[in-house]
Design a protein around this ligand. Structure first.
Ligand SMILES: Cc1cc2nc3c(=O)[nH]c(=O)nc-3n(C[C@H](O)[C@H](O)[C@H](O)COP(=O)(O)OP(=O)(O)OC[C@H]3O[C@@H](n4cnc5c(N)ncnc54)[C@H](O)[C@@H]3O)c2cc1C
Length: 374
């Protein structure tokens, strides 16, 4: 099968080698870019493409079988995230786009756009925050579609979609009215579509180098050939655990760096920092526990059992909360040197909140877990 060969080619390098290669490139490229990314909103496109050539976006993609290796993609994301959360979030966006395509039955899309997403030749992201909230009863669907000859015409506005550009793609879901009934359809949408505009009118407190746009769709034609699920509900259940688990890479990288920042203060400030409530040993232990839990869950991302889904949500909640706690601890340990503009500790604190507010946000996770208890 061609699509399998495509994924296999991108997976040619063993997972551990991919992570090591991403680690080397990140250590070489990101330290000198990270403040430009953070302060000026610089998007590290060439680094993103280099990660793709190294195989960072391929190992989690399903081929002919459901055997996937989410951990390599998570660990690659974490290696970049040790330096910069913007970059590791862009990697997650890219990973999610590939995940959607290769978890679908759309063979032509896998061979075409999918293969190029897997190796970073095509970049893109995911517009699933709104549908992920809509499907769990938090807000209405923002994209509306109408069936027409050969596809759908879609309109609506999404305030934030990241890792985009004129020639990028994103996965999105729109609601279609079918007489009295409504259904959701998922498709891969080119940013170059006629009627689609990207507006960059928001400055963020962190994560500003993620090419995050407001996407406006004015009667955009989405051909059948780009549809990956119609109706989308069963398919979303299939992809949701992978979508959530992959985000762990952002948290793990950020927490590792917070621990490193704290360790660095031991020499000059250890005599007083030892009185702080949170010490690096505790954070390391907590991180190891989370890494083990995520590794176990990553072994079966298509599991349908509700207990499994609950465990995925709990792991995601822990990742967001531990990110904020680790960055807070890093600030307290670093003291004034962490409070200086451009200091890593203050950046990590701003970045950490993103892990806790990107969909599924802490509040959504708590709602979902509360709903499951009834
Ligand atoms: C830097 C950044 C990058 C993001 N990238 C993506 C992405 O790639 N794909 C994606 O789907 N989502 C993206 N999001 C959205 C993100 O995943 C969350 O959905 C968002 O942070 C709000 O989630 P929440 O559950 O806390 O909702 P809340 O903050 O409680 O928001 C509730 C509603 O208010 C709307 N809203 C939020 N901000 C404003 C505003 N300034 N003015 C008016 N209405 C507003 C939201 O769209 C939402 O419908 C991004 C957000 C940020 C900050």
């Amino acid at each position: 099968m061609l699509d399998t060969q495509t994924v296999m080619r991108s997976k040619a390098r063993p997972g551990a080698d991919v992570v090591e290669a991403v680690r080397v490139v990140s250590a070489r490229e990101l330290p000198s870019l990270v403040n430009q990314i953070d302060v000026e909103g610089y998007y590290p496109e060439s680094v993103m493409r280099e990660y793709g050539r190294l195989g960072a976006y391929a190992h989690h993609l399903p081929g002919a079988t459901d055997n996937v290796d989410l951990l390599t993609s998570i660990n690659a994301m974490a290696a970049a995230g040790e330096h910069c959360l913007s970059t590791s979030f862009c990697m997650w966006c890219q990973d999610a786009l590939g995940w959607y395509i290769f978890a679908s039955d759309n063979k032509a899309l896998k061979i075409g756009v999918g293969a190029k997403v897997a190796d970073g030749e095509i970049l893109g992201g995911t517009a699933l925050s709104n549908p992920m909230k809509a499907l769990f009863g938090i807000e209405p669907m923002r994209l509306k579609g109408k069936a027409v000859e050969g596809g759908y015409v879609v309109k609506g506005l999404l305030p934030y979609v990241s890792n985009l550009g004129a020639d990028h793609y994103f996965g999105g879901i729109f609601e279609v009215e079918d007489g009295a009934a409504k259904r959701n359809v998922m498709a891969i949408i080119p940013c170059a579509s006629e009627g689609l505009t990207l507006a960059e009118n928001t400055r963020f407190t962190a994560l500003d180098g993620t090419r995050t746009f407001c996407v406006q769709m004015r009667d955009v034609f989405v051909p059948e050939s780009l549809v990956i699920a119609d109706p989308a509900e069963t398919y979303v259940k299939r992809i949701r655990a992978g979508f959530v688990l992959l985000q762990a890479g952002m948290a793990f990288g950020l927490i590792r760096d917070c621990i490193r920042l704290i360790e660095q203060t031991k020499g000059p400030l250890g005599h007083v920092n030892k009185y702080l409530e949170i010490q690096p040993e505790q954070l390391s232990e907590q991180l190891a526990g989370m890494e083990a839990a995520v590794a176990k869950l990553c072994a079966t991302p298509f599991e349908t059992d509700v207990g499994y889904w609950r465990a995925v949500l709990e792991a995601r909640l822990a990742a967001g909360e531990a990110s904020v706690a680790a960055a807070h601890a890093a600030m307290l340990h670093c003291g004034a040197r962490g409070y200086v503009a451009n200091a890593p500790a203050q950046r990590r604190l701003r970045e950490a909140y993103f892990v806790a507010i990107v969909t599924p946000a802490t509040k959504q996770l708590r709602k979902m877990l509360a709903d499951m208890a009834h």
